[in-house]
Design a protein around this ligand. Sequence first.
Ligand SMILES: [Zn+2]
Length: 340
Amino acid sequence: MLHYSIGVDLGGTNLRIAAVGAQGNLLEKITLGTPVALGRDRVVRDLCDAIERVKAEYRGRGSLLGIGIGVPGIIEINTGMVRESANLPDWTNYPVRDEIETRLGTRVILENDANAAALGEKWLGAAREVEDMAILTLGTGVGGGLVLGGRVWHGMIGMAGEFGHITVEPDGVLCGCGNRGCLEAYASATAIVRMAREAIAGGLSRAASADAEFSAKAVYNLAIQGDEEARKIFRRVGRALGIVLSSLVNALNLPMYVIGGGVASAWEAFSPSIFAELEKRSMVYAATNPQPSGKISLVQPTTSAKTLVTRALLGSDAGLFGAARLAWLDGDQPKSAKAS
Ligand SMILES: [Zn+2]
């Protein structure tokens, strides 16, 4: 009998569901809008209806192992509660795991969306050859995830890997988390748009001001057309990422760091600044640099082990596949495998 799991990517805009086999083979993918405005009960009902349809299709020939759900925001791993989610305002302190388990009679595992993306890239994407990796997801905010020994590193209460809130400017821009100068305030799509507005307020970019709809994508388009202000913004993005990555490389000495999320498509514009910072700031990187620049460094490469910093491969599917992967990693037996 076919064993499969279901991954759910519960975003503020899209609700995506995938049935995935043991080898990561996609069996089915459903994309729905997330009816956030209609309330959480409606979102959960739509989600459960879609999963029921998948289960019905595979009844008699497939066994559903479990359901993994990636949720943006702060979640509590051991209780399966959403503590707080900016994209899902009425989900505060909502026991979504129990709610869905009760409705579907199938085991549910809740995970932070960036952790799910890390697991997806580790399973089937850029980091599939390594057991230890970290991801930075650059979207509206900056998420982070850490996978050690093939599993998500949760820390004490599930909040490990908040790399987006590491300080890069001690007296910098105020972040939504309360701190000043977080990576998120310099490397997210929101930050790119803010920096573009600041550049225009300074009267510096006539080209950008002609673009009515500000978006990080528009700023990127300007950068690749050679607009100096736009290029400067992406150099700042890369510098902030490089500062944080230097600390992560020094602290963790992992073989791979993956940059994902929508802003990662601007890789060409910001990545040179990442590598410049890494070479300047991290002695662990210097010792494991895959392409040493020839500059004199305190620490010369000493081993054949290399630190790779690279783009994500799965795009927006990383979190979806990662969520599906959760069911295969969990050690417990499914509560109700026979009913699946
Ligand atoms: Zn912050």
